[in-house]
Design a protein around this ligand. Structure first.
Ligand code: ZN
Length: 271
């Protein structure tokens, strides 16, 4: 048993060049599992390759909700800070979903997937939902947990997951109202808290008010670092674990045991 990060981006260009150091620091901090999440086919392939190299890394393959409509975003010249080179033609949603379908048995989870209404204009929401539904069905059919991103579309995401009968779901970095986070937990879904929790009022309130049995640890590294303008990394889940113990008023050992039990309940294996 040990600490875990259910939502990392180890293949991100800020992390991959220094991956050996990042994984060494994660091990030193007590992590036994890092779920690295893929964003699109090329990234999913990189995640699967990295997981083969190091057993600390578990592969989640998915389709980032903005990537699900990237071709349409580019065609409509919607502003978006894209990482890839501009001349790199993004795959269609059909191609990206087909990759997940073809590789789902190799995956530890399906993610990240979801709905984003922050970057994506409303005209593209139906296409984005179609891709999300297809990915949720793939995960359900393969009995894999889902790691879900939702931004400005929290209620709709919850509706679709319930309508399709998804049972094993983590909402990563939930930015909706805390009352809605409670509904997510009531639906039996999990919420993973990032390492910036101490400086975030809403993550602090979630730690205090969401049933403890529905909470998990994540980083979303290299994003959401404990300090602003830092690059985060999986070792930082140790800070959130200690912060959870503090807010719960329990020992660090008791908090670790709770979080480990939650991980096992969702993923079906110990971290
Ligand atoms: Zn992410």
């Amino acid at each position: 048993m040990g600490l875990f990060d259910v939502h990392a981006h180890l293949t991100h260009p800020r992390i991959l060049p220094v991956i050996d150091d990042v994984l060494a620091r994660a091990r030193a901090a007590g992590l036994t599992t890092i779920v690295s999440n893929g964003l699109h086919p090329k990234d999913n392939a990189a995640v699967l390759a990295l997981a083969k190299r190091d057993p600390l890394v578990k592969p989640a393959i998915g389709l980032y909700p903005v990537d699900a409509v990237m071709r349409e975003m580019l065609a409509a010249k919607v502003p978006y800070p894209r990482d890839e080179a501009d001349d790199d033609e993004p795959p269609s949603a059909e191609e990206a979903v087909a990759f997940v379908r073809a590789h789902v048995e190799e995956a530890f989870a399906v993610g990240e997937v979801g709905l984003d209404g922050y970057w994506v204009p409303e005209a593209l929401w139906p296409a984005q939902e179609d891709a999300f539904r297809a990915l949720v069905r793939i995960a359900i059919d393969a009995d894999k947990p889902l790691i879900v991103h939702t931004r400005k579309r929290e209620q709709r995401t919850l509706e679709i997951l319930q309508e399709l009968g998804a049972k094993r779901v983590d909402f990563h970095c939930f930015g909706g109202k805390v009352a809605l986070a409670r509904k997510v937990a009531e639906a039996g879904y999990y919420l993973s808290i990032p390492a910036n929790a101490r400086r975030s009022e809403s993550f602090t309130r979630m730690l205090e008010t969401i049933p403890r049995g529905q909470l998990l640890l994540e980083t979303d590294c290299p994003y959401l670092a404990p300090e602003k303008d830092q690059a985060s990394e999986p070792a930082n889940v140790a800070l959130t674990w200690r912060y959870a113990a503090e807010r719960w008023g329990v020992t660090e050992d008791a908090a670790a045991a709770q979080l480990e039990a939650n991980f096992e309940a969702l993923f079906g294996v110990k971290p």
